[in-house]
Design a protein around this ligand. Structure first.
Ligand code: FAD
Length: 361
C-alpha cells in the first residue's frame, strides 16, 4: 500500500487523536499550508522558499500545497498568492481587510487560526522571519497544537504519515526528529535561506479564493501601531549577500575586523561573524552566522579565524564555495571548506586584498 493510501485508510481524526480535550472541529486534516508574508506588498523570498519543503512533503503524502496570504489590499494579496502558485502551490486563499494593515501578530494569527479551524490543514509552515517567529506560536496556541521552530529538514513518517520536523537540538551535533502525532495541524517554521527558492513556472495556475478579514479576525488587538519607520541600510542584507567574509575569535580585535571589512568591500560583499566574535563585541548580533544567528547562501564564504563548530557551520550549508583561513591545521572548519589556507590571517587577508586590487588595475 502506498503512503497516500495508508493515510487515507487511517485519516487522522481529531476526535480520536485528542481524547483529552478534543479539537474544536473534529474531522479530517488535509493539505500543506504555507503562510506567505508580504514585504512592501510583495510576497517575501523566505515565504517562497518554504514552498520547497512543502512540495516534497505534499508529494510524499499525496496531498496538495496551499498558499495563505493576508493583507489589507486585495490586488496585492492576490498577486502574492498567484506568485506562490507559480512557485509550487496548487491553490491559494487570501484574507483581505483593513484589520490586517498594521500586521499585529495576534490579529494575523487569529485570522489564520480561524481559517484553519474551518479548513483543518494537516501542516502549517511559515518562514522564521521576525514576524513569522511571532505569528506562528500564536497560531499554535490558538489551535492547541505543537510547534517546532527553526527546522532544517522535513520528512514524513512512512508508517503514520506524521510530519517529521527535523532540527538540530542545542548542541547541534545531533538531529532531532520531532513529530506531534496527537495534534493537528502540525506547525513548523524554518529560517530564511535554509531551503532553496523553488523555480518559477509561468504556466502554473490554480484557484485563488478571497476571504474577508471581518469574518476571520477574532482577536481584539492588544497593541496599536503608532508609527513605523523603515531603517534604510546601504549594505546588502547578510542573507542576500553573494560574498561574505566572516571572522571569528581568532580575529581578536575591532581593528582586525576592519581588515575583514576592507576585504569584503573589495569583493562587493559583507562582513559577518561567529558567535564568539559577537560575544566579544567585534561584530553585531545581526551579523552572526549559525544556529542562533543567520543562515547564509553566498557564492563565496571566507571563514577567517573561525574554528568551525557545528553550530557555526550549520549556517553555511547552502553556501557555494567555502574558503577557510586558520592557523590550526586540525580546525574542524577545514572539513566544511572547499579550500583551506593554514596560515595566520594577518598575512593572508592583506595579501588577498592586494591581489584583488592588483587585478582591478
Ligand atoms: P573559537 O572556537 O575560539 O575559534 C577561534 C579560531 O581562530 C581557532 O580555530 C583558532 O585556531 C583560530 N585562530 C586564532 N588565531 C588565528 C590567526 N591569527 N589566524 C588564523 N586563525 C586563527 N556559534 C556560531 O558561530 N554561531 C551560532 O549561531 C552559534 N550558536 C550556538 C548555539 C548553542 C546552543 C551553542 C551551545 C553554541 C553556539 N555557538 C554558535 C558557539 C559555537 O559552539 C562556538 O563556540 C563558536 O562558533 C566558536 O567561535 P569561533 O570559531 O570564533 O571561536
Amino acid at each position: 500500500m502506498s503512503l497516500a493510501e495508508k493515510r487515507k485508510a487511517k485519516r487522522v481524526n481529531c476526535a480520536t487523536v485528542c481524547p483529552d480535550w478534543g479539537c474544536r472541529q473534529p474531522g479530517e486534516h488535509e493539505g500543506i499550508w504555507v503562510v506567505g508574508e508580504l514585504e512592501d506588498g510583495v510576497i517575501s523570498e523566505p515565504s517562497l522558499q518554504m514552498l520547497t519543503p512543502a512540495r516534497n512533503v505534499a508529494q510524499k503524502l499525496g496531498t496538495f500545497v496551499e498558499g495563505i496570504v493576508l493583507g489589507p489590499e486585495e490586488a496585492e494579496a492576490r498577486e502574492a498568492a498567484e506568485e506562490m502558485i507559480r512557485r509550487g502551490a496548487d491553490r491559494a486563499t487570501v484574507i483581505v481587510g483593513e484589520e490586517l494593515a498594521d500586521r499585529i501578530p495576534a490579529v494575523l494569527a487569529s485570522a489564520i487560526a480561524s481559517l484553519a479551524d474551518e479548513r483543518r490543514p494537516d501542516v502549517i509552515l511559515m518562514s522564521a522571519t521576525m514576524r513569522g517567529r511571532e505569528v506562528a506560536p500564536y497560531i499554535a496556541s490558538l489551535l492547541r497544537a505543537g510547534i517546532t521552530a527553526d527546522c532544517t529538514q522535513f520528512d514524513v513518517d512512512e508508517d503514520s504519515g506524521d510530519l517529521f520536523m527535523i532540527r538540530p537540538p542545542f548542541a547541534a551535533i545531533l538531529l532531532a526528529y520531532i513529530k506531534t502525532p496527537t495534534r493537528r495541524p502540525q506547525i513548523a517554521t524554518a529560517r530564511p535561506n535554509v531551503f532553496p527558492m523553488p523555480p518559477r513556472d509561468e504556466s502554473r495556475e490554480g484557484p485563488v479564493e478571497v476571504k474577508r478579514a471581518t469574518d476571520y479576525v477574532r482577536a481584539r488587538p492588544q497593541m496599536r501601531l503608532i508609527r513605523s519607520e523603515v531603517l534604510r541600510k546601504d549594505e546588502v542584507p547578510l542573507e542576500k549577500a553573494e560574498y561574505v567574509v566572516a571572522g571569528g575569535k581568532g580575529i581578536g580585535t575591532k581593528e582586525g575586523f576592519a581588515a575583514l571589512e576592507a576585504l569584503a568591500n573589495a569583493l562587493g560583499g559583507v562582513v559577518a561573524g561567529s558567535r564568539r566574535a559577537v560575544d566579544l563585541g567585534l561584530v553585531p548580533h545581526e551579523k552572526q552566522v549559525g544556529q542562533t544567528g543567520k543562515s547564509v547562501r553566498p557564492k563565496l564564504y571566507i571563514a577567517v579565524g573561525i574554528s568551525g563548530a557545528a553550530q557555526h557551520v550549520i549556517g553555511i550549508r547552502e553556501a557555494g564555495t567555502v574558503v577557510a583561513i586558520n592557523i590550526d591545521r586540525d580546525a574542524p572548519i577545514f572539513k566544511s571548506a572547499d579550500y583551506g589556507i593554514v596560515a595566520d590571517w594577518h598575512e593572508v587577508v592583506p595579501a588577498l586584498l592586494r591581489e584583488i586590487e592588483a587585478r582591478r588595475r
